[in-house]
Design a protein around this ligand. Sequence first.
Ligand SMILES: Nc1ncnc2c1ncn2[C@@H]1O[C@H](COP(=O)(O)OP(=O)(O)OP(=O)(O)O)[C@@H](O)[C@H]1O
Ligand SMILES: [Mg+2]
Length: 259
Amino acid sequence: MTAPALEISGLGKSFGGLRAVHDVSFAVPAGSLTALIGPNGAGKSTLFNLVTNLFLPDAGAVRFFGTPLAGMAPHRIAALGLLRTFQTARVFPGMTALDNVLAGAHRHARAHPLAQAFWLPAARREERALRQRASALLDLVGLREFRNLAGTSLPLGAQKLVELCRALMARPRLLLLDEPAAGLNDAETGELAGLLRAVRDSGVTIMVVEHNMGLVMDIADEVVVLDLGRLIAKGSPAEIRRDARVVEAYLGPAAEGVR
Ligand SMILES: Nc1ncnc2c1ncn2[C@@H]1O[C@H](COP(=O)(O)OP(=O)(O)OP(=O)(O)O)[C@@H](O)[C@H]1O
Ligand SMILES: [Mg+2]
């Protein structure tokens, strides 16, 4: 049996007196597309920051395909193939959209550093292949025309797609996406759904934080629900839709009567 892509056990993080994430345990099966949902402030982004060691947990542990991530530097976690995007896209300023995507490739650059330094044929060939791949990824998310513009000049939704392409450029094993559809219109969201399904079908495990319930119910194999830092439900989209605690977390106890 393959280890889960992600195994989260007893994870906890407080900010002062606020328990942002409290005793959360769940696994993300390898090859799945798992959605992480919950009301604003539920702890979803904090959980991503804990998994990638941008925040140190107060308690608990995370394993990535069986490998404990405790104490590992974020860039080493990325080098293992665990890539993420941010709720507010982190596009590198002063670089084109294409160069932003190319920057994701360095984990795989193979040409010897000396070859690169002297710009030998092997390095030149590799650079050309990487540019083609970066270009193809931008085509795939509909940003072909924007590839030579400054990344930061793009609309926010497009910047999130650039960041997604950068993560894909690194050939991830697990992709953590924080609200990838924010800033996209309905047609663009539909295209994103198709892309995420295709990425999942190619063998990449995905965990996605998303407020767009239509998108979540459409693409997720499993849904994990956080509320006020705690895991309150986990199941298939159909199970989650009719879970009383989830309905209450989103709509408040007053919703009980109208359900
Ligand atoms: N660096 C921080 N310092 C202090 N408090 C924080 C920090 N990061 C998050 N919090 C708090 O922790 C709680 C969880 O925040 P988090 O950003 O994880 O929520 P979220 O589920 O991602 O919400 P949203 O859907 O609005 O993005 C919130 O109350 C938030 O204010
Ligand atoms: Mg968030």
